[in-house]
Design a protein around this ligand. Sequence first.
Ligand SMILES: NC(=O)c1ccc[n+]([C@@H]2O[C@H](COP(=O)([O-])OP(=O)(O)OC[C@H]3O[C@@H](n4cnc5c(N)ncnc54)[C@H](OP(=O)(O)O)[C@@H]3O)[C@@H](O)[C@H]2O)c1
Length: 232
Amino acid sequence: MDTEEQARVALVTGGTAGLGLALVRALAAEGWHVVTDGRSEERITAAGLPPAVTVVPGDVTDDEHRAALVAAVEEEGRLDLLVHNASTLGPLPMRPLAEATVGDLQQVWRTNVGAPLVLTGALLPWLREAGGVVLSLSSDAAVQHYGTWGLYGASKAALDHVTLTYGAETGLAAYAVDPGDMRTAMHQDAFPGEDISDRPLPETVVPRLLRLLAERPASGRYRADEVEVGLG
Ligand SMILES: NC(=O)c1ccc[n+]([C@@H]2O[C@H](COP(=O)([O-])OP(=O)(O)OC[C@H]3O[C@@H](n4cnc5c(N)ncnc54)[C@H](OP(=O)(O)O)[C@@H]3O)[C@@H](O)[C@H]2O)c1
């Protein structure tokens, strides 16, 4: 098959719930082939993803699992988009930095920084070949300082740095995007017992991510609510 006729391929980590699931569904609906993952078999089954989506069950912090993700990309034979979406808030309930242990830090950084760092490195040949994009889901906590959000916020600041340094080193388009508050399981975990029904659904953020990918502005940090949609 000629390259022009091949479906574009994305790897989206954490595509079985929340924003990742909404993005995976939207990409598949636009004709992309998508590789994704998630740890919970229950969530994988409940997601009911279409045939264009290959789910590789597992944890992004696990070396063998990441090797399986890379193998799934090799099976597809190309990679146009790598999205680092899987993430952890750290120990719950969230707590002040003075109560954090080195183990807590390691757990958060392994998921939010370490896994994206090494997965991007492993997939660079494929991304270079396709002139692909690296997109990491960041947070306002990466640039603002909220009590009890220190471990997570610092990890997102580091993720931004790693993502944008990859852009500088490779010339690939690299984006760190703050999606804004969304009505998801992670957000409910951050605000236990609180009614979060006023937060927008993750599906509302997806068109902004797709717009960014279509327009390919300069590599950098973006807020999803600053990306204009529906202007043609
Ligand atoms: N929700 C918000 O308000 C908000 C605001 C700012 C930024 N963000 C960022 O936006 C992104 C999406 O957030 P979300 O609220 O949609 O999260 P979510 O509802 O918690 O969904 C996270 C997804 O990632 C998977 N996942 C988590 N840890 C994983 C791991 N170690 N290995 C593989 N898969 C893993 C989860 O499945 P399993 O648990 O089954 O593995 C799930 O599919 C995150 O990067 C988050 O930090 C969210």
